[in-house]
Design a protein around this ligand. Structure first.
Ligand SMILES: Cc1cc2nc3c(=O)[nH]c(=O)nc-3n(C[C@H](O)[C@H](O)[C@H](O)COP(=O)(O)OP(=O)(O)OC[C@H]3O[C@@H](n4cnc5c(N)ncnc54)[C@H](O)[C@@H]3O)c2cc1C
Length: 318
């Protein structure tokens, strides 16, 4: 990264950037687990033009950047991170529109907002996302979804994921250029994609029209299932580990079997309700959560022979 003084960043950004920005921005308030150090610069562009200018500016200084959605799948190191963080928080990035059976949404739409829109407009296809607190961009990068609660019906897929009804993505590359990417070229897998180093600025989905009441009912039933199995109002980053592929057991069940529910390191605790959640009970640090994750992984490996893979994304200091 080229040497760039804070004062230079501010002066240069002020000259062209329409959105808001801040140097040395603490990120803990932008993650659901409420842990995270300082970003060198935090940018909230107004629209795609502003975003492209910001990306080009950061590139000209070789300053790496990352996009943050609602920070609900992130564990960020305490201390200063030598990166810029971009958040698509402007109204422009929250637009959703629908034409016949195709829904378009931009990259900063919160999933609860998408579900409200679906109810109001009688749109079916996203109900299973109820209770997932992320944004469209973050959900697509992670290929967010759930284990299908209607399994083992013969026709049911084992997982329901946001990419199931996706047609095409609209992405911005690291040079600030926007282009479309077919779903098949995005490399979606269980809880992931090969969409690294790009910004999701929009996405097109094939949807079904249904009665508003029916959509609302389905959302309610997904939420009820979630309420039974999850702590909804705690500081967490959701599931810490992926469900092991090819095994007929979830990561949560493996952790529970290893009797790790309630295990603490400092203020970090394995949830008593959903064993695959690590909860920040107050002022948990990045290191405490990492240590607890290592402990869980080792104990599960010892007891079951299964190596758990991390689902939360870790942002370390460079
Ligand atoms: C209580 C709780 C319950 C949860 N339940 C589920 C669940 O059932 N299923 C599930 O799959 N997940 C679940 N999660 C995890 C999380 O909500 C999802 O992974 C969500 O999709 C992440 O979205 P986000 O906007 O918060 O992304 P972030 O956590 O902010 O970011 C995740 C990744 O996406 C990238 N990113 C974000 N926006 C963009 C963009 N516009 N362009 C490019 N990259 C981007 C980030 O750089 C990062 O790599 C849960 C989390 C919590 C806290």
């Amino acid at each position: 990264m080229k040497a760039l003084k804070e004062i230079d960043i501010s002066r240069q950004l002020k000259a062209f950037f329409k959105g808001s920005f801040q140097v040395n921005k603490p990120l803990c308030g932008y993650t659901s687990i409420k842990i995270g150090g300082m970003a060198a610069v935090f940018l909230e562009p107004e629209n795609n033009i502003d975003l492209a200018l910001a990306v080009k500016f950061l590139n000209s200084f070789e300053m790496p950047f990352r996009v943050i959605g609602n920070g609900t799948n992130l564990l960020i190191n305490n201390g200063r991170l030598e990166i810029a963080v971009i958040k698509l928080s402007g109204l422009f990035f929250k637009e959703i529109s629908v034409k016949e059976d195709v829904l378009y949404m931009r990259g900063g739409v919160s999933l609860p907002h998408l579900l409200n829109f679906s109810i109001k407009n009688g749109i079916s296809g996203f109900e299973f996302l109820a209770g997932i607190p992320g944004t469209s961009g973050g959900a697509l990068i992670m290929n967010a979804g759930i284990r299908n609660p209607f399994q083992p019906a013969i026709t049911a897929a084992p997982y329901l994921s946001i990419s199931d009804s996706l047609i095409e993505l609209e992405i911005m590359d690291a040079r600030g250029k926007i282009f479309r990417l077919n779903k098949n070229d995005a490399g979606f897998v269980y809880r992931g994609s090969k969409l690294k180093g790009i910004i999701v600025v929009g996405a097109y989905f094939k949807v079904k029209n249904k009665a508003k009441g029916q959509v609302a009912e389905r959302i309610k039933s997904f939420l009820e299932k979630r309420r039974i199995s999850q702590e909804m109002r705690v500081r967490s980053a959701g599931c810490v580990f992926k469900n092991p592929m090819g095994e007929n057991i979830s990561a949560g069940a493996l952790i529970e079997r290893s009797k790790l529910k309630g295990r603490c390191i400092g203020q970090a605790r394995v949830s008593d309700i959903h064993a695959n959640f690590i909860v920040n009970r107050g002022n948990a640090t990045f290191s405490q959560v990492r240590e607890l994750m290592d402990l869980v992984r080792e104990k599960v490996k010892q007891d079951s022979g299964i190596k758990l893979e991390t689902e939360v994304e870790i942002w370390n200091k460079r």
